[in-house]
Design a protein around this ligand. Structure first.
Ligand SMILES: [Zn+2]
Length: 264
C-alpha cells in the first residue's frame, strides 16, 4: 500500500483514516466503521489512491452504505465513483460539482491524464445539517461556510470526542488559500476548538488533537498579511516556504497561484 492508515478507535466506532502519499496531496479518506456498515468521508484526487482506499474498506468485510463528500474541491470528490455507492453532500456542494465538475476534471486531465478518473460523480443525496443516529452512534452534520472552501461539511461525534474537521484543518501541510476566506477560516477554527474535541481528523495529513488547530491558526497568521501584500505568486510562495520550511504539500502553492495570480 502506498497510502497509510491511522485508526481512531472508540467503543462504538472505529475511524480508519487513509492518507495518500504526497503525490496524492496527502488527502484523507476516512472509513467510518460502525457495527453493521461503513461510511466513507471524501474520496481522493488520484485514481490509484481512491482504489487503494476502497480496497482497504472492502477488507473490513462490511457494506459501504454512504459516501460523503465534504466540499467541492477535486482532491475530495474526484474518486467518488470508485466506491459504487450513492454520494451525499451539502446542497451547495452538489450544485457546484454538477455545474463545474466537468471543467475541473478537464483541467486536471490536461495536467495529469489518467492519474484522475475519466468522469465526475455528482452527489445525489443532500445532507441536512443536524443530528442523525446511525448504528447507535450520534452523528452531528454541520455546514461551515467561507473557510478553505465556500461550504464545508464537517462531522462531529460528540459522544466519542471526535471531529472529522476536513479542510478546516491540515496537519503540517501548506494550506490552500485560493478561496481567500482567511478571516472566516480563523473564526471557524476557533469556534471548533472551543467545542473541546480531543481527537481531530483533518482533511490532509495525520490525525491528531487540538494542537492541529494551533498549526492552522499560526499558518493563517502568516498567510493573511502575505496574501494581502504579495504582488505576485512567486513572492507569496517564497514567504510561505520561508515561514513553514517543514510543511509538506508545497505543490499546492503553485496550484493556488494559478488562481490567485492568473496573469502571472
Ligand atoms: Zn483538500
Amino acid at each position: 500500500m502506498q497510502g497509510t492508515i491511522t485508526t481512531t478507535r472508540r467503543e462504538q466506532v472505529a475511524i480508519h483514516t487513509y492518507t495518500s502519499p504526497e503525490s496524492g496531496l496527502a488527502v484523507n479518506t476516512h472509513v467510518i466503521e460502525l457495527a453493521s456498515q461503513l461510511l466513507i468521508l471524501d474520496t481522493q484526487y488520484g485514481l490509484p489512491f481512491a482504489v487503494e482506499a476502497a480496497e482497504f474498506a472492502a477488507s473490513l468485510g462490511k457494506p459501504i452504505t454512504r459516501v460523503y463528500v465534504s466540499h467541492a474541491h477535486p482532491d475530495h470528490f474526484f474518486g467518488a465513483g470508485v466506491f459504487n455507492t450513492p454520494v451525499h453532500a451539502l446542497p451547495s456542494t452538489r450544485e457546484t460539482i454538477a455545474a463545474a465538475g466537468d471543467v475541473m476534471l478537464a483541467g486536471n486531465k490536461a495536467a495529469v491524464g489518467d492519474f484522475v478518473p475519466d468522469k465526475v460523480t455528482v452527489p445525489t443525496i443532500d445532507v441536512e445539517p443536524g443530528v442523525e443516529v446511525i448504528d447507535g452512534v450520534r452523528f452531528e452534520f454541520a455546514a461551515v461556510t467561507q473557510t478553505e472552501a465556500e461550504a464545508m461539511l464537517i462531522i462531529e461525534l460528540a459522544d466519542e470526542g471526535v471531529v472529522l474537521a476536513q479542510d478546516l484543518v491540515y496537519d503540517n501541510l501548506h494550506l490552500y488559500l485560493a478561496e481567500k476566506h482567511l478571516a472566516g477560516w480563523r473564526t471557524s477554527v476557533e469556534e471548533l476548538r472551543s467545542k473541546g474535541f480531543s481527537t481531530v481528523l483533518p482533511g490532509h495529513g495525520a490525525p491528531g488533537g487540538p494542537e492541529l488547530y494551533d498549526y492552522v491558526l499560526a499558518y493563517l497568521d502568516v498567510a493573511e498579511p502575505a496574501l494581502a501584500n504579495a504582488t505576485n505568486g512567486a513572492e507569496l510562495k517564497s514567504t510561505l516556504l520561508t515561514a513553514f520550511p517543514r510543511a509538506g504539500g508545497a505543490g499546492l502553492l503553485d496550484i493556488q497561484n494559478g488562481y490567485l495570480f492568473p496573469t502571472a
